[in-house]
Design a protein around this ligand. Sequence first.
Ligand code: PLP
Length: 440
Amino acid sequence: MGLQGDASKEWFQRASQVLVNGVSSQFRYWGDDDTLVIERGEGGYLIDVDGRRYLDLQCGFGPIILGHGEPSVVAAVAEAAAEATSFAMTQRREVEAAEKVIAALGWPTRMRFTNTGTEATMHAIRLARGMTGRDVVIKFEGQYHGMHDYVLFSTAGGPPGGLGSRFRPNPWQSSSGIPDAIRSYIRTLPYNDLEIVERTFRNEGGQIAAVIVEPMLGNAFGILPAEGYLEGLRRLCDEYGAMLIFDEVKTGFRLGLGGAVAHFGVTPDIGTYAKALGNGFPVAAVALGEWAAEGWRQGGIAQAGTYSGNGIAASAAKATIEALEDGDAYARIEKTGTRMMEGLAKVLADRGVPGHVVGHPAMFSVFLAEEAPREFRDAARHDAHTYDTVVFKMIEKGVMPCPDAKEPWFLCAAQTVEDADRAVEAFADSLDEVLAGRSA
Ligand SMILES: Cc1ncc(COP(=O)(O)O)c(C=O)c1O
């Protein structure tokens, strides 16, 4: 018996006849009996084809920041759909949206729109290589930067125990089909360990084009940077002439309007944004400091995209930023998220279950181990079996975080403190059932 009701079962079987494994993205496949089919979203909730309601703590893997079907964003997109899609020319809505993005972020001098986070990080890396004339890129274990070949190494889907020595890590290839030669252009290092980054720069600084980093580990428990870590990356990039790329696809417009740059106070050369930028509509951006902007301005480093900056994406971004500027969305998320984090931590403490609630109120995870994690390798200590069992029970109770603990719980402004209490209660009841099953 799985999570599917009768209608989900029927729709999933239909889906499997046309979509491989019934999904359009491999991360959505939870198994043949557990992959639900959703009818619609409403504020902070999802409703599946059986009519079951779920408190949505996936928020689409991060994009939903205001709430599903946010009226002002829907209205802006509807207007644009009638007048402004793709013109093969710059359009008014695109300019207005870019002005909004640059003003909200505060640090870039220029930007360009793309359509997905994958496209944004691909362009960011090419730009860094084109500007520095170097090929090697440093990324960190447990971080995900999208689906292009250059970054599909040592992502959070990999085995934390199989990464080799931390001083000479193995880049774990997250997919077949990547040419062997690509591996020689990537260095996958443990996160939050500046000494290893420093040593890598000392050894081969002349070949390193860029450091690409999720400022906090948005794909590995929401682990936060240690004090001084991001500043250290900035210093090393400056010292060795490499570009610092912040992949803010998850943190951007989620930790606040200024994203991780404003939150942590460190400025990259290039920033990639997507997800919360469009409240669920497909829009992404590459934001550039002066040095990086010069690369595209002078030409010779390719960047293009048929749909980049299209009217629907641009209007979604503009309307989302306006709603985030005008309302109390971030204050609401902070309040709901803090209540949820504290509630979950208390549930663990009251039952003597070793664990930590890690991250930021807008994106956090439950890590089940004695000691809090500092880097992705610590995932080997997390009690995934207990966590997964608890989360499946929560979903049966109508509260839906991602069943993979490495994927943070995402909140949106449409959710309330009552929702926070509901989530904590579902977690407590589900954990109690698991513990009772063990002692029986
Ligand atoms: C940090 C980060 N970068 C890039 C991506 C890729 O974005 P997309 O799925 O829009 O291609 C993701 C997706 O989850 C992400 O979390």
